[in-house]
Design a binder for this molecule. Structure first.
Ligand code: G6P
Length: 369
């Protein structure tokens, strides 16, 4: 097992560090940056269906559901296709309205999640075209879907999902960009800029991974907190949810993710000097509004850990800690902001002596309801 961990203390840390290469593996042969082309056989072969889709419905569970939420922002923003993101377990029992011209995208790392599989069968029975985004080749979901794209992230052993999440977002980005361009929603130059930027995201992920000592220091300060709040807006709202999920899964600290502006409808009542609040405050994406959310936390003496864009000074002045991410185009910020949140939860869990790779009561793949 030590050999399989490749010199890392845990599979989770190894898999966090593998993200640089995993993202490259995901877009290899698909993102042809030198030609400004996105080539995806499974999308190209069904392009009429994709271009005529009135709606995309994403079904997934857990971290894959969070990736689906990022997908909602991507498809609506870049391709102007309406999206609904459904918990597979709710969708399957809700008597949902499914149209023949809906595209259902099922996202699953393992490809074996029982609820997601059942949701796919229901969607197919109602005539929808079902597209899978899976990591495990030949898995049940990969076989059950009409078509699909693998993430090619390599085996993910740690129960808490990390590289599966960023590679799922990479696949969703590729599809959204391609459809956006073909539908005429993205100009040639926008398309070019997005493709070029996506192609250098792995190098930015790599840079970020070098800051782990900085994040470890922050972890040491907050490792005994009983609660933690995660806030983000826009593309980074799902990242806030995912950050909170990572922390509760492996460190057993109660954590909640919220859209930053919703804070005033509840969570603000919990904020005092003992509450760490992780805020994603990158320069893109409603920056000024997030800054005012941070001020509200500050005035209630909450402890602020802010994820900011490199060079930021405004948030640095108010936050207790800042973690910088390299600048990027807004749709790709989740691929970067996620990384420090994964590391933060990892180090906190290690410091609390938790079983990082196999947290209590959780399974890597939930094959029963
Ligand atoms: C379990 C795992 C999570 C995962 C979820 C969905 O809860 O512990 O890490 O996100 O199932 O799994 P899937 O394989 O469908 O992505």
């Amino acid at each position: 097992e030590q050999i399989e961990k490749g010199g890392y203390d845990h599979f989770m840390l190894k898999e966090i560090h593998e993200q640089t290469n995993a993202i490259v593996d995901t877009y290899r042969g698909r993102l042809l940056a030198d030609k400004d082309i996105i080539k995806m056989g499974s999308v190209d072969n069904n392009i009429t269906k994709f271009l005529n889709a009135k709606r995309i419905v994403v079904v997934a569970c857990g971290t894959s559901w969070h990736a689906g939420l990022v997908g909602e922002y991507l498809f609506e923003d870049l391709a102007r296709i309406p999206v609904e993101v459904e918990y597979a377990s709710e969708f399957r029992y809700r008597n949902p309205v499914i149209h023949k011209d809906d595209i259902v995208i099922a996202i699953s790392q393992s490809g074996e999640t029982a609820d997601t599989l059942a949701a796919i069968k229901l969607a197919k029975a109602n005539g929808a075209f079902v597209f899978g985004i899976c990591n495990v080749v030949g898995s049940s979901i990969a076989r059950e879907t009409d078509s699909g794209a693998y993430t090619h992230a390599g085996p993910e052993i740690g129960v808490a999902s990390t590289k599966a999440f960023t590679t799922q977002i990479t696949v969703l980005s590729l599809i959204a960009l391609k459809l956006g361009y073909l539908k005429g929603e993205l100009s040639k130059s926008d398309y070019h800029n997005y493709i070029q930027e996506l192609s250098i995201i792995p190098s930015k992920v790599e840079k970020l991974l070098k800051f782990d000592a900085e994040i470890e220091k922050i972890a040491a300060i907050y490792k005994d907190a009983p609660n933690c709040l995660y806030l983000g807006r826009g593309y980074n709202f799902p990242v806030a949810l995912e950050g909170a999920l990572k922390l509760k899964e492996i460190s057993y600290i109660h954590a909640e993710g919220y859209p930053a502006a919703e804070m005033k409808h509840g969570p603000i009542a919990l904020i005092d000097e003992s509450m760490p609040v992780v805020v994603i405050a990158t320069r893109k994406g409603h920056y000024e509004k997030v800054v005012s959310n941070i001020q509200e936390i500050k005035s209630r003496k909450g402890k602020i850990i802010a994820i900011v864009t490199k060079g930021d000074t405004q948030v640095r002045d108010i936050a207790d800690h800042v973690i910088e991410i390299p600048d990027t185009l807004e749709p790709f910020t989740p691929l970067l902001t996620t990384i420090p949140l994964q590391l933060l939860s990892y180090y906190i869990a290690v410091m609390r002596d938790c079983n990082v790779d196999q947290p209590r009561n959780l399974a890597k793949s939930v094959t029963v309801e």
